[in-house]
Design a protein around this ligand. Structure first.
Ligand code: NAD
Length: 299
C-alpha cells in the first residue's frame, strides 16, 4: 500500500461494486420467480479434477445459490470423450430449465476446446466466447447476445465509477480472445479511441503513457511501472499473477500487471489485485444468466 501522503489514486473497490450488482440480480431473480414462477438456471460443466478449476467452479456454483439462480452441476471424468462432452452440451442446449451453459476451461488435451465452445447454443453462451457473439461485438450496428464476463466487468467498473469513456484515449495491454480483444471492442463500441499493445509491440511504454484509460491484461507481474502512467489515468488491472511470498502460508501472493504501489501515486483511479476485476467476472456471469432467462421468459 502507498502511504496516505503518496496516495493519489481513488481505489475502485471491485468487491463492493460486485456485491451491489449481486444484490440487484438477487432482487430481479426474486421478481421473475414471483411473477412468472421461473428461476434462471446455469449449467456449470467441469471435466476432470484440476484443483484450480474445481475451486473456480465451486465459487461460481456458490455465487449462483446466493442470488437464487439454479446451478445445474455437470461433473465429467478426465477421460470423457469429446463426442460425449459435446452431446452433453447439446442436451443442455435443449433443456428449458438451462438459460446459460458454462464449460470450465482449460479442457483436457484430448478435447478440442473450440469444438466444444462452438457447440454451445448462442442463446445460452453466457461466457460470450462463441465466435458469433464475438463477431457481432466486432461489427457496427450488431449486438451480441452476451458479452464476455471479464471485459464486461471492466467496462462496468469504469461506468459505475463515473469514468468518462467516450472520446478518451484507451490502451489495452494484451490481445487474447477472452480479455484483451473483446475489451478493446467494447471500448470502441463505447466511443473510446483504442490502441492495443501486445508481446510483439514496440514502444509499448510510450503508447501506454498516452492513455486516459489503461486496461492491463498481459499476465506479467507488475510490468506497468508508475512512470508509464499518465497522471490522473484510470487503471483497470486484469492481471492475476502468483509471485513467491514466503511470508504467506501458501508461499505465494497474487499481484496484477501494474506496479500497484507506484501506480497509486500517479493514477486517478486504480483497481487492486485481488479485489478489483476478479469479483466482477463472477457477477457478470450471474448477470448474463439472468439476462438469458429474461430473454426466454420474454421480459
Ligand atoms: P493470455 O496469456 O491469453 O494473453 C496475454 C496477452 O498479453 C497476449 O495477447 C500477449 O501478447 C500479451 N502480452 C504478454 N506479454 C506482454 C508484454 N510484455 N507486453 C505487452 N503485452 C504482452 O492471458 P489472458 O487469458 O488474456 O489473461 C491475462 C491476465 O488476466 C492473466 O494474468 C490472467 O490470469 C488474468 N485474468 C484475470 C481474470 C479475472 O477475472 N480477474 C480473468 C481472465 C484473465
Amino acid at each position: 500500500m502507498a502511504s496516505s501522503a503518496d496516495q493519489k489514486a481513488k481505489i475502485i473497490d471491485g468487491k463492493a461494486i460486485a456485491q451491489t450488482i449481486r444484490s440487484e440480480i438477487a432482487e430481479e431473480v426474486r421478481g421473475l420467480s414471483e411473477k412468472y414462477g421461473k428461476v434462471p438456471g446455469l449449467a456449470v460443466v467441469i471435466v476432470g479434477s484440476r484443483k484450480d478449476s474445481q475451486s473456480y467452479v465451486r465459487m461460481k456454483r456458490k455465487a449462483c445459490a446466493e442470488v437464487g439462480i439454479k446451478s445445474i452441476d455437470v461433473d465429467l471424468p478426465e477421460d470423457v470423450s469429446e463426442a460425449d462432452l459435446i452431446s452433453k452440451v447439446y442436451e443442455l442446449n435443449s433443456n428449458p430449465d438451462v438459460h446459460g451453459i458454462l464449460v470450465q476451461l482449460p479442457l483436457p488435451k484430448h478435447i478440442n476446446e473450440e469444438n466444444v465452445l462452438g457447440a454451445i447454443s448462442i442463446e445460452k453462451d453466457v461466457d460470450g466466447f462463441h465466435p458469433l457473439n464475438i463477431g457481432k461485438l466486432a461489427m457496427k450496428g450488431r449486438e451480441p447476445l452476451f458479452l464476455p464476463c471479464t471485459p464486461k466487468g471492466c467496462l462496468e467498473l469504469l461506468v459505475r465509477s463515473g469514468i468518462k469513456i467516450k472520446s478518451q484515449r484507451a490502451v489495452v495491454v494484451g490481445r487474447s480472445n477472452i480479455v484483451g480483444l473483446p475489451v478493446s471492442l467494447l471500448l470502441l463500441k463505447a466511443d473510446a479511441t483504442v490502441s492495443i499493445v501486445h508481446s510483439r509491440s514496440q514502444d509499448s511504454e510510450k503508447i501506454i503513457r498516452e492513455a486516459d484509460i489503461i486496461i492491463a491484461a498481459a499476465g506479467q507481474a507488475a510490468m506497468i511501472k508508475g512512470d508509464w502512467i499518465k497522471p490522473g489515468a484510470a487503471v483497470i488491472d486484469v492481471g492475476t499473477n502468483a509471485v513467491d511470498d514466503p511470508s504467506k502460508k501458501s508461499g505465494y501472493r497474487l499481484v496484477g500487471d501494474v506496479d500497484y504501489k507506484e501506480a497509486c501515486k500517479v493514477a486517478g483511479y486504480i483497481t487492486p489485485v485481488p479485489g478489483g476485476v476478479g469479483p466482477m467476472t463472477v457477477a457478470m456471469l450471474l448477470k448474463n444468466t439472468l439476462d438469458g432467462a429474461k430473454r426466454v421468459i420474454g421480459q
